[in-house]
Ligand binder design. Sequence first.
Ligand code: S3P
Length: 447
Amino acid sequence: MHANATPRPLSIAAAGPLTGEVTVPGDKSISHRSLMFAGLAVGESRIRGLLEGEDVLATAAAMRAMGAQIERRADGEWRVAGVGVGGLLQPGTALEMGNSGTSTRLLMGLVASHAITATFTGDASLSRRPMGRVTEPLSRMGASFTASPGDRLPLTMQGLCPAVPIEYRLPVASAQVKSAVLLAGLNTPGITRVIEPVPTRDHSERMLRGFGAELTVEGEVISIRGEAELRPQDIDVPGDPSSAGFWMVAASIVPGSDVLIRNVLMNPTRTGLMTALRMMGASIEALDERDVGGETVADLRVRHAPLSAIEVPADLAPSMIDEYPVLFVAAAFARGRTVARGAHELRVKESDRIAAMAAALTLAGVSVEEHEDGLSIDGRDGEPLAGTGDGRVASLLDHRIAMSMAVAGMHSKRPVVIDDAAPIATSYPDFVTTAARLGAAPDWIDA
Ligand code: S3P
């Protein structure tokens, strides 16, 4: 995994317009859930378009370690033979989660209602992230935990079977916490309820229902009946709107660009970046909207357009939580001061993304004011960046910091240099080659 690999510095400077077509990799959230739910179904599921990034491969390895049979065929289709709800086995060794918070928190939910003991380990970034948000509700269901100080990894948990159904009101807008409780509920007798005051991505709900679980959503209340039998499914994973976001911003800021991004998931819990960019004046056309396996997807044509600063509505935060870093890059090229507040959660992602982007943009010559819950950014009204000079952007084991600053480099007179772009492989292994194909000039340089 990249955490143990040599850092791979990347340099990128303006090289003219971006043009052509791109098919982004499968959605990360749906890819994780496809492997987990198929791993609990009785029979064989088929998954096409799975994201083959390090994070999702960590989920595959963990599900295998707990008994699911998972294989990739030569044509890229994945086949998963599940163990049945309640059938997960005791893993023989620690579950290595790498950089992946989603794998960790959702799998903790699964383990919570099985009579197994599991140890979760992660890289330096994941080992700094708070796990108390899931250990707290899962403890109420009967699981017990021995965690590192601050409820962090490495952590060993012992599940309980049968677990105790709970009604849990989410104290933070988090699809991972919601999903952890619902997944624990899958093997818990009776009804487990999650109350979600602020809606977040709803992939667990949609997909669990698709797999045959009895799950209802009434207003803020999500209820799941436990001890369900899941039926195997054929899944086509739609393109990841979070990965598409890099091209949406790149094409918007680089003069002359015209890019078609194919097969992008349009689930309304994920389209916040598109909404914010359109408010800024971006030219994003959604073409050929269609239904794929219960989700709407579309092709997005994005053309360069002058952007204007906005006050980013805080209620967009859950639907663009992973896209703030690249939105900050768009803001750096807009006319006027963009203010984004109400995004505290950015402090506990793969890095502290508020501090990381403030430092990265400042190094690249952008004027930024850091707030506890966001950033204000003085845009350059279309003017290119000057580059990072003798400095290097610290990507801090955070794929989205690395990709966002690579996008910034696509409209920079002199190179933007990123100290380590290896983490990009967690979610978008082909990002750098795709950038080159669209007309950018990324360059791997010596460490
Ligand atoms: C995810 C939920 C979000 C998001 C992450 C994926 C998911 O995390 O940032 O990349 O698949 O459920 P939070 O639940 O912590 O907001």
